[in-house]
Design a protein around this ligand. Structure first.
Ligand SMILES: *Cc1c(COP(=O)(O)O)cnc(C)c1O
Length: 222
């Protein structure tokens, strides 16, 4: 396990952030990776994220990578480092509201639907455009959109996965030039998991979310 972490972290270029996805894994196992210097960890469930935040060192940067329900934003708002899966204006409004209550600005990524699977969350380009052009968004002061996120199709077909990564990178570039030209915070492309992170990095990823390759297979699917 610790071996895998060292091997993987060596392969990640220094300008790409490695988010160690620790979902379903116990604190003791996560601490072993922490002790090797890892500080960015990702979880996909709010309750589990809050529990681990409470139990673990406070210099950890916690990423919420999974779908977030509006009524749960308040639990993570005090401490979350980055919310990866913003997929509606309604959710962003709630994040803004809870961030304000906590007197902070919360960094967020806009999740694009890039896979050809029904089950995955995310917006299409028109929905993102509508969100960014809405008056409500323009008036928000407690969220900062720092980039985009996507999940490729779960398939053996590398060409398809590569195409989906390239699509996300293309969306990022369009958004950058149309809406965030003078905003140096808008720079992240969160894509790539255990099975495809190298391909993701080759195609412009700035942030990879790696779980099973570091911590071992999860005993139940998430
Ligand atoms: C679980 C998860 C990952 C990590 O998946 P692995 O295949 O174990 O690396 C990455 N991103 C999201 C959104 C996840 O839910």
């Amino acid at each position: 396990m610790s071996m895998a972490y060292t091997e993987i972290s060596k392969q990640i270029p220094s300008d790409v952030t490695l988010v160690a996805v620790s979902k379903t894994k116990p604190v003791e196992q996560i601490m072993k990776v922490y002790e090797q210097g890892q500080r960015h960890f990702g979880e996909n469930k709010v309750q589990e994220l809050v529990d681990k935040y409470d139990q673990m060192p406070k210099d950890i940067k916690w990423h919420l990578i999974g779908h977030l329900q509006t009524n749960k934003v308040k639990y993570v708002a005090p401490f979350v480092h980055l919310i990866h899966a913003v997929d509606s204006l309604k959710l962003l409004k709630e994040i803004n509201k809870q961030a304000k209550k906590n007197n902070r600005v919360i960094d967020c990524l806009l999740q694009f639907h890039i896979a050809d699977e029904e089950s995955k969350f995310g917006m299409n380009f028109d929905e993102v455009k509508e969100l960014l052009e809405s008056r409500e968004f323009v008036e928000m002061e407690n969220v900062s959109i720092v980039g985009v996120m996507g999940m490729a199709t779960f398939t053996e077909d590398e060409n398809q996965v590569q195409q989906e990564f390239q699509n996300l990178e293309g969306y990022f570039q369009i958004l950058k030039s149309h809406y965030f030209k003078f905003n140096e915070h808008f720079k992240e492309i969160s894509m790539g998991m255990s099975g495809d992170y190298q391909l993701a990095i080759e195609n412009g990823s700035t942030m990879v979310r790696i779980g099973s390759a570091i911590f071992g297979e999860r005993s139940y699917p998430q």
